[in-house]
Design a protein around this ligand. Sequence first.
Ligand SMILES: [Zn+2]
Length: 70
Amino acid sequence: MLRNLTCPKCNHEMDEGSISESTRLNYASNKLTRPFVGKFVPLAAARACPACGYVELYLDPQRLTQVLGQ
Ligand SMILES: [Zn+2]
């Protein structure tokens, strides 16, 4: 799923990891109308740059497409 391992901010090699289950971060599109129940997409993967601290977060794009009804 993740391909580019170079930091987009400083070009350092990035470290791949995951979101801690204790934090449970979810994404909700601005295209959705409330209530958001059942429409949140959990974040599935993360990558961090050891040099500058930049963090990227990823979700399941198929799940987002389902939620958006596309
Ligand atoms: Zn960086």
